[in-house]
Design a binder for this molecule. Structure first.
Ligand code: SF4
Ligand code: SF4
Length: 291
């Protein structure tokens, strides 16, 4: 029988939100049964020491002259990095720098400090990272299975989707019916609320949070937290140029977007232009039934 893979989890510069996100995953104890947890900052493990491990999880960004566990942070990561078989950069801080500093392999402007060791890194961005994404990666490593990655070392299984895919507001997006005020059930949050779902790599609307919900489903725009551009300055504002959104859905040209938007608006979908509750009792001619 194979021995369990050894795991060290380092909290670099961050808020521990990615750890807490994982603790909310219903199966997290089951996964920790399949590994030998050498060190985690928030779990009762043995005292930290530099040692070889199979999986190194780094949560949080890198910053020069920052001390963690008695070492300068870059030196600490360097010492652990070389012997680890797989390194998981967990959360947008670790992947791109996010709120706090520099990413492990990438950062906002250029490559991060460990770019030369890119081959062994698996990036799981998100602020916080979704627990099921980490669970998927850990299970694949534990079972010694290959994880296909994109050009930014993110698992394709999770990041080939956009947050837009699976959103329950998609019908509104297609008919170009936008929520003009915050907190409504109806309408798409793209044009007036700053939703970044159509160009954010993430499966949030497919793999729901706590198996229940996602930001756009609950009425909050997607903040694009899995991208290197996170956090943008005004999370609730869509940048426009002459009335056209500056960022269009991935794969859609400006001309195609404008044509489709014009056609969709001109068709005026009666059902979606009114509160949903008023259409619970309509016949096929959109006429309200009287009882
Ligand atoms: S990615 Fe977000 S949740 Fe995770 S450590 Fe950074 S700030 Fe906290
Ligand atoms: S709310 Fe956002 S994710 Fe949902 S359909 Fe509109 S743009 Fe897409």
């Amino acid at each position: 029988m194979h021995s369990k893979p050894k795991l060290i989890w380092i909290d670099a510069v961050g808020c521990n939100g990615c750890s807490h996100s994982f603790f909310n995953y219903p199966e997290f104890k089951e996964i920790f049964k399949k590994i030998e947890l050498l060190y985690h900052p928030l779990i009762d493990t043995e005292e930290f020491k530099i040692q070889d491990c199979d999986i190194l999880v780094i949560e949080g960004a890198l910053k020069s002259n920052f001390t963690r566990l008695g070492y300068e942070l870059h030196n600490l990561i360097t010492s652990l990095f070389s012997s680890a078989k797989k390194v998981i950069a967990l959360g947008t801080c670790a992947v791109y720098g996010g709120m706090f500093g520099e990413g492990i392999v990438y950062n906002k402007e250029s490559h991060g400090k460990f770019y030369k060791c890119k081959e062994k890194v698996i990036n799981i961005p998100g602020c916080p990272a979704h627990p099921e994404w980490l669970a998927y990666v850990l299970n694949m490593i534990i079972e010694n299975k290959k994880i296909d990655l994109d050009s930014e070392n993110r698992p394709l299984e999770t990041f080939s989707y956009t947050s837009h895919m699976g959103c329950i507001r998609n019908e509104y997006f297609e008919w170009k019916i936008d929520a003009e005020s915050f907190g409504t059930k109806e309408g798409c949050l793209y044009y007036f609320q700053g939703c970044q779902g159509p160009f954010t790599h993430s499966s949030c609307n497919k793999i729901l949070w706590n198996e229940v919900n996602s930001k756009p489903r609950a009425g909050t725009p997607c903040f694009g937290c899995t991208e290197s551009t996170f956090p943008k300055k005004n999370l609730f504002k869509t940048e426009t140029f002459m009335g056209i959104p500056a960022n269009l859905p991935l794969g859609v040209s400006k001309r195609a977007y404008l044509t489709l938007a014009g056609v969709a608006k001109s068709l005026k979908n009666e059902r979606l232009n009114k509160p949903l509750i008023e259409y619970g009792d309509c016949d096929e001619n959109n006429t309200k039934n009287s009882k």
